[in-house]
Design a protein. Structure first.
Length: 115
């Protein structure tokens, strides 16, 4: 069955307040701490997101761009990666809501977005 709404997995470099702000607006969001994934490698973080069908939100553009490219070259599926510039949580939320309100989870598969 297709998922309509994107579920967000916050990388450990993202302010955990964002998870609360997203949940308050009815979206599913989980932090690395809640997922018991603190201190895992970037590869492990993305692999976890894939197993849970979550879109990864991170500030770590360089490493995760390389991982997205590796997934593409290996024909591996992921559920999307969103790169957020370092801004206050409310500004990241504002930008993120544009994506969450316009793009379905299915449309986000294998996509990379910048906010």
């Amino acid at each position: 069955m297709s998922k309509i709404f994107i579920s967000i997995y916050l990388d450990e470099d993202v302010n955990v307040l964002l998870a609360d702000l997203l949940k308050a607006r009815g979206f599913e969001a989980i932090t690395t701490r809640q997922a018991a994934q603190l201190s895992k490698t970037d590869e492990e973080q993305l692999a976890y997101a894939v197993t849970q069908e979550l879109t990864l939100l991170t500030h770590n553009r360089v490493d995760f761009e390389a991982l997205a490219q590796a997934y593409f070259e290996a024909n591996q599926q992921h559920y999307g990666i969103i790169f957020a510039a370092r801004n206050p949580p409310q500004e990241i939320l504002r930008r993120l809501l544009i994506i969450l309100n316009q793009i379905t989870a299915d449309e986000m598969k294998n996509q990379v977005r910048y906010i």
